[in-house]
Design a protein. Structure first.
Length: 320
């Protein structure tokens, strides 16, 4: 049995240890290490199922005085964002509720109204779940989507020379957008159907850390152009000692799509995207052969991106 507390082990190491205990399973196309798992129901299936789960916990993902419908929106939105990053069409979801007995029933009902409203807009049917007594209020969602067999967008396909793109704008989601974001489901499906996207992820840990996830899984490096990073209005107006770019790189919970595609396809892709969507989609850099190295390039030169470590739920000193 492994020694040490979770605060010493850390989240990523814990995941690695637990994954090593699970062993092989029938029909797994993509297991632990991506935005969602991908499984094939039968060897000759025309589609793969995309499976994801997430937690939204009071004090970590929302405050006690948060609007309950917005909390429910976030519950459904986090799962839908994972499906979007895989290019999956949403199908079904289960939500488990853990709550203290003195939680107002009206609050919980409003949470579910918020979740059901967003889910319905994207074709995700909430079909059940479970309830349990606990000391803290938490909601856990499990969702299923589908993609044509072998077509899920993964973190692992980026190649040297690929262009790097991100949708929307980034930074300071804590100003309110982390409870009201729109998961990019339609855009994710369109990216998968385009047939040219080589890797994808949703921006939940911050641009820098999520870019590193792609680099690690793809065995490549990247250069990001500082002046091209789309900074949110909230990040541009923040007066907390951090630059707007620092917020965009590290804040997290933007739930935009970060993806790569061959550079020779970029100009045609730009034209097709702008004809299809009003949502901004910005080319912010390129993939390099410099494995594991994320470089920020700007007027002052090029430097390694600092602070790529992600928020860790268990490490001492990390905070929501």
């Amino acid at each position: 049995m492994s020694k040490g507390l979770l605060a010493d082990v850390g989240e990523l190491e814990l995941i690695r240890r637990l994954a090593g205990r699970l062993g092989p399973a029938r029909g797994v196309v993509t297991g632990i290490g991506d935005d969602a798992a991908v499984v094939r129901p039968t060897p000759d299936s025309a589609f793969d199922l995309v499976l994801t789960s997430d937690a939204v916990i009071q004090g970590t993902h929302f405050l006690p005085d948060s609007d309950p419908r917005s909390v429910g929106h976030k519950v459904a939105g986090r799962a839908l964002s994972d499906l979007a990053a895989m290019g999956a069409e949403p199908d079904w979801a289960l939500i488990d509720l853990s709550a203290p007995p003195d939680t107002p029933a009206a609050f919980v009902e409003a949470v579910y109204d918020g979740a059901a409203g967003l889910a319905a807009r994207h074709g995700l049917a909430i079909v059940g779940g479970d309830t349990a007594r606990s000391s803290d209020l938490a909601l856990h969602i499990f969702a299923v989507g589908r993609v044509p067999a072998g077509r899920a967008l993964l973190r692992s396909g980026a190649g040297t020379g690929d262009a790097v793109y991100v949708t929307g704008s980034l930074g300071c989601s804590i100003a309110g957008r982390h409870l009201s974001f729109e998961p990019r489901v339609r855009e994710g499906i369109w990216l998968r159907e385009s047939g040219i996207v080589t890797s994808a992820i949703d921006v939940s840990d911050g641009l820098a850390r999520d870019m590193m996830h792609i680099l690690e899984m793809s065995g490549v490096g990247a250069v990001i152009e500082q002046d091209l990073i789309p900074v949110s209005p909230a990040a541009a107006q923040a007066a907390d000692g951090l630059s707007p770019v620092e917020h965009a790189l590290h804040d997290g919970e933007d739930f935009e799509l970060l993806f790569t595609l061959p550079a020779e396809e970029a100009d045609a892709f730009d034209a097709r995207w702008h004809a299809m969507f009003s949502l901004p989609c910005t080319r912010i850099g390129r993939i390099t052969a410099n494995k594991g190295n994320l470089i920020l390039s700007g007027k002052g030169g090029s430097t390694p991106v600092p602070g790529c470590s992600h928020f860790d739920h268990f490490r001492r000193g990390d905070r929501p």
